[in-house]
Design a protein around this ligand. Structure first.
Ligand SMILES: *[C@@H]1O[C@H](CO)[C@@H](O)[C@H](O)[C@H]1NC(C)=O
Ligand SMILES: *[C@@H]1O[C@H](CO)[C@@H](O)[C@H](O)[C@H]1NC(C)=O
Length: 145
């Protein structure tokens, strides 16, 4: 019986290792052609799908005309680009009238909700400001102002 369970254990180990080897993949190579991308944050869904948030055209002094871009990286390694137009919610980005750009540190943080939905929180100097919920097709579904 001891020999049998050792064999079984060995087989299970081999099986587990082959699964790990199957899932160990090459890094994803992906090039962005849009200028001025700045990384904002990331989060991961339960199934392993990754969200990356970038801002574009980000002037540290003023957040005017800043675009939000998401890159949804699926487990099958395809990447879905999402552009968010929040012009209808101008208050989403906190205003800052200070001349000192260090006092206007605005950050946007993505949070993975259920599949297809992302919550984005804006904050200034570390204190939360507003939240929006968007879907993977860039539509704003809800907001808390
Ligand atoms: C950012 O915006 C401020 C105010 O509009 C402007 O004075 C500054 O030149 C801009 N900086 C850049 C790098 O565009
Ligand atoms: C990859 O997965 C996503 C999400 O499940 C799916 O929409 C897409 O069609 C898949 N792409 C390929 C090439 O299998």
């Amino acid at each position: 019986m001891v020999i049998f369970s050792r064999t079984l254990f060995f087989l299970i180990t081999i099986f587990t290792l082959s699964i790990i080897v199957t899932f160990a993949q090459e890094p994803i190579e992906y090039t962005e052609s849009l200028p001025g991308f700045r990384f904002g944050g990331s989060d991961t869904y339960k199934d392993g799908t990754i969200i990356l948030l970038f801002t574009q055209g980000n002037n540290q002094t003023k957040f005017l005309d800043t675009k939000i871009h998401l890159r949804i990286i699926f487990v099958n390694r395809t990447i879905l680009p999402v552009e968010i137009n929040y012009n209808s919610l101008p208050d989403f980005i906190p205003q800052c009238n200070s001349i000192n750009p260090l006092l206007c540190a605005t950050t946007l943080t993505p949070k993975a909700l259920i599949e297809r939905y992302v919550l984005i929180e804006s904050s200034q100097n570390g204190s939360p400001h507003k939240q929006i919920i968007i879907s993977w097709d860039g539509i704003i579904y809800g907001y808390e102002f």
